[in-house]
Ligand binder design. Structure first.
Ligand code: BES
Ligand code: MN
Ligand code: ZN
Length: 534
């Protein structure tokens, strides 16, 4: 999708489809309250073209509700599409993002390859809306049917953003460029998650990450079995040992010029009352050492469960078990292009979890990577080989700490239990540090993603104590997402950390007006906003 920017009057723009957003401005509640659809454009000719049909009351400007007019009177456009944001009071940049996706997904099956989306006016002048329109349009453009032999490519070729004539040109241009980065990065994550296990092995995931890193100028390394042995990554290796496919330890590095290294926290990190600020552009105090952010991702390219094999129903979906790793890799892409003033590196632990003669068995004891190379690592009793995500992450987290991460965030399709708790709508979040979590939570208002914080605690940690070793890899049926998080916490210790369990939201089960069924790209946006908060 190519993006263009126009400051011309809407009525004069010749296009296959002009999309204009609308809100419901009905303020009062009660029996007589009728929806009052209001177009978010000041263009009198567009207003006039839609006035008749809006007066009928049949269109309510509900969220993602569409209304199409062919050959609209007085407009150069062949079609006028009105897309609703819902109630004015509830409309956010995220509603705008969805509406832009809805416009694109409306156009695609109708053979339309070129659309114009008008930036919402008399709503807010925030450049966030231009970002949101472009991002939403790109996310909406993605379809997962890439292996269909007679695939019809329905992609939108040209998206034109129509900005009001008085809009700040430089700010709007920058916003469009940012929207492209955000949308393309999410689609990059989705394209990785969409790949089946036979097409995206750990090695190939490593190659895709390396290729991306070269394109955007990130440092990168991809290691395999030998390096895992050298680092004594016994937990990660134990998952990989059952598969014919070698593991991949993917490392990506982003080092902005002139940002000093050092494990000293930002002063606001010590103040738990700080929750509101999302961006800290004035972090210039030279006496404060820069934070180093470590992003860790679960990259299980296929999870059969191993010897504790999963039932066949829905096992095919386990190709998405690298969605956390994909989110981390994609967030690194966006970071490389948006250039925040903070050092960031990523570790993705990629492996295939398979049953075989060489696979680990329930009851086996594994030794995880030690933080201090001269000391022994923690021992893990493997109770269930299907609890493999926490094993690869344990070593990924320890490696990130060894590399000097002052703050950690991990993303993983870790447990089925998280969707029992939160459904397939909201993802789980955990943290051992309120100030670090406050930054993440503040970013959710920008990312529009839904995360809900769940507790950690000593009583939960009790449930994963082992009779034979230090810890075991499952804590029983109850609170399964929490005991999984506590398992990770054992390796994180007191490094400020956030754990994202995206098992319930990595896959869109049913198509929505603004996004295709398939991989969601979840967590890319929120991880990025967290990074930008430093
Ligand atoms: N990859 C799964 C979790 C998962 C489930 C992801 C559904 C996406 C959709 C994870 O490795 C797993 O198998 N977890 C087990 C843990 C259990 C054995 C303690 C689970 O949730 O059942
Ligand atoms: Mn599993
Ligand atoms: Zn898994």
């Amino acid at each position: 999708m190519r993006t263009e920017l126009s400051f011309a009057p809407l009525a004069g723009i010749a296009t296959e489809l002009l999309a204009v957003l609308a809100v419901d401005t009905q303020p009062a509640k009660g029996r007589d309250a009728k929806p009052q659809p209001t177009l978010l454009t000041a263009d009198a000719q567009v207003q006039a073209a839609a006035a008749g049909v809006l007066a009928t009351g049949e269109y309510k400007a509900g969220a993602n509700e569409t209304l199409l007019l062919h050959a609209p009177a007085g407009l150069a456009a062949r079609r006028l599409l009105i897309v609703g944001l819902g109630k004015l009071a509830k409309a956010t940049p995220h509603s705008v993002r969805e509406a832009a996706g809805t416009a694109v997904r409306f156009a695609k099956p109708r053979g339309i390859r070129e659309i114009v989306v008008a930036l919402p006016e008399n709503f807010s002048k925030s450049p966030l809306h231009a970002v949101a329109v472009v991002e939403g349009a790109l996310v909406g453009d993605f379809d997962p049917d890439t292996y269909r032999s007679e695939r019809k490519d329905q992609s939108i070729e040209t998206l034109t953003i129509a900005a009001p004539a008085d809009a700040d040109r430089a700010a709007t241009e920058a916003a469009v460029a940012e929207g492209v980065i955000l949308g393309e990065s999410q689609n990059f994550a989705r394209s990785l998650v969409n790949e089946p296990g036979n097409k995206l092995t750990p090695t190939i995931l490593g190659q895709r990450a390396a290729l991306m890193a070269q394109e955007v100028g990130l440092g990168w390394e991809v290691h395999s079995t030998k390096m895992l042995d050298q680092l004594k990554m016994g937990a990660f290796s134990s998952v990989a040992q059952g598969s014919a496919e070698p593991p991949a330890l993917i490392v990506l590095r982003y080092e902005p010029e002139g940002v000093t290294e050092g494990p000293i926290l930002h002063p606001t990190d010590k103040d738990p009352s700080v929750g509101a600020p999302v961006h800290h552009p004035t972090d210039k105090d030279p006496s404060v050492g820069a934070p180093v952010l470590g992003l860790v991702g679960k990259g299980i390219t296929f999870d059969s469960g191993g010897i504790s094999i999963k039932p066949s129903d829905n096992m095919d979906k386990m190709k998405c078990d690298m969605a956390g790793g994909a989110a981390i890799i994609a967030a690194m892409r966006a970071i490389a292009l948006l250039k925040p003033r903070v050092r960031v590196f990523a570790i993705v632990c990629a492996a295939e979890n398979m049953p075989s003669g060489s696979a680990q068995k329930p009851g086996d004891v594994q030794t995880a990577m030690p933080l201090d190379p001269d000391k022994p690592g923690k021992t893990i009793e493997i109770v269930n080989t299907d609890a493999e995500g926490r094993l690869v992450l344990a070593d990924g987290i320890t490696y990130a700490r060894r590399l000097g991460a002052t703050h950690l965030i991990d993303a993983a399709t870790l447990t089925g239990a998280i969707s029992v708790a939160l459904g397939k709508i909201t993802a789980g979040a955990f943290s051992n540090d309120d100030a670090t979590y406050a930054r993440f939570e503040a970013g959710l208002a920008v990312s529009g993603e839904k995360f809900w914080r769940l507790p950690l605690g000593e009583e939960y940690a009790e449930l994963i104590k082992s009779d034979i070793g230090d810890i075991k890899n499952t804590g029983g049926r109850f609170g399964g997402a929490i005991t999984a998080a506590e398992f990770l916490h054992t390796f994180v210790e007191d490094t400020p950390w956030i754990h994202l369990d995206i098992a319930g939201v990595a896959w869109v089960e049913d198509a929505r007006p603004f996004i295709a069924k398939g991989p969601s790209g979840a967590a890319v946006r929120s991880i990025l906003e967290w990074v930008r908060s430093f």
